[in-house]
Design a protein around this ligand. Structure first.
Ligand SMILES: [Zn+2]
Length: 91
């Protein structure tokens, strides 16, 4: 089935930035651990604009700012959507 975490395979560099994910064509889907709410898929640039952050912000730092729109918990994390792996982008 789907690989659960293709984004970390073989990854051993510094923390990824929003720009890194944009370069890779990745989308980010906010999930809430507290209530399992899943947000819409956003591009890294949309996230930067929404939070007023530079594209050089680390994804893990952005994640720390997320607040669930449903339950208000700060328990959200990004699921990385890799269109090259999941087939939503054919080539
Ligand atoms: Zn929630």
């Amino acid at each position: 089935m789907n690989q659960r975490d293709p984004g970390t395979r073989g990854y051993s560099g510094p923390p990824a930035t929003l720009a890194n994910h944009e370069d890779n064509g990745f989308g980010l889907i906010p999930y809430c651990r507290a209530c399992n709410h899943r947000g819409a898929t956003l591009t890294p640039r949309e996230i930067a604009e929404r939070h007023g952050l530079p594209m050089t912000a680390y994804v893990i730092d952005v994640q720390a700012k997320l607040i669930c729109s449903k339950c208000g918990a700060r328990e959200s994390f990004f699921h990385i959507k890799n269109p090259w792996v999941d087939g939503s982008r054919s080539r």
